[in-house]
Design a protein around this ligand. Sequence first.
Ligand code: 0X9
Ligand code: ZN
Length: 407
Amino acid sequence: MLASFVVVLGLLGTGTTYDGYKVYKISAKTESENVFLRHLESDPRYDFWSRINKVGKPVTVMASPEVQNELEQYLLSHKIDHSLEIDNVQRTIDAERRYHESRGTNGRISFNQYLRHDEINSYLDQLASDYPDLVTVSTIGQSYENRTMKIIRISTGTAPKPVFFVEAGMHAREWISPALSLYIINQLVENPGNRGLLEDLDWVVLPSLNPDGYEFTWTSNRMWRKTRSPGVMCSGTDGNRNFGFHWMENGASDLECSDTYAGKEAFSEVEARNLRDILDATDNIVAFISIHSYGQYLFYPYSYDVGLKPDNWQELDDLAHKVNDVISAINGTEYTIGSSTEVMYPAAGCSDDWAMGGAGIDIVYVYELPGGGKEGFDLPPERILPVCIETWEGIKVMADSIAQDAK
Ligand code: 0X9
Ligand code: ZN
């Protein structure tokens, strides 16, 4: 089976097409139905867009035309509830590309389209030159394929303040993640109305943690998730299983071709090492958020094992509820809140666990932003701004609370 998967990957090569691929929403009603889903998940012909969850929470699965019949039969014979989410994945991807090509980047930045890695870096450099008193842009290293990884520090006054660290772009296909991080930067730097948010905190934002994977989603395979470091059978490691805190203990794979492949060893990926090193080198980080999509979850650590919560979990939980109250008041977007093992699944080696357990940061969250409804990871470009606007309101609440605590 693995061999045929590799052949398929080889054939797809560059310019993977998803013509005729369908996405299904599958809901297990019982634990035994979940066992059938696990069986499917272990079959590399199916791409699980979300991991298997608690009973009752649907998972989304992409299937090629060749396996759709088999999948539907399997679900029907086991009486597992399912519905069709996307009829033709390629159509959605094409629409997104047309949108990008039809608009140039007018002015400094636009939130009606997704940006390439180089465009992201250019925006940071532009801000550094336009706002030298407010902004410092530094390179934290190169990616495996030698792309430059940058962070931006936004800071007023002369003395360093406690730092709010924002990480984005870990998973290549989750395009709304870098987009939101740029919106955060844009608001903090270019909207003078937000200067209050810089009074008690400095902000450090890393918008593109997986540049090779991200570019690969533009040039070759829109649904790529991992890094692009080569392996023997398959390329790429899941950055969010590669951090060295209880690495590989749970919810991570040692199979190269898996989308949750944890890597040869902890911190095998240069991108993960770059993040680790900048966290180590940055003084006084009081809060860290890792931005992903999709599913509208707000997680706090730990995710390496079931039932493990940090001592301050209640405080984290309370603040997450405040964030949700503000966000949901805008457009009704509701987040599910909890430690990720509690509301989703265990996953060892995530950057948030490292931020708390390894780097010693107390306030740590993962945002799983909204998906594109039927489009999943392909949140349509016209949805970028609404998602950014509502999420930014939540992040401001977070920042206010962190700033109070840090005083
Ligand atoms: O599986 C993941 O890495 C994250 N979900 S995603 O769909 N964006 O891939 C969830 C991470 C698990 N939770 C925490 N890191 N707390
Ligand atoms: Zn993710």
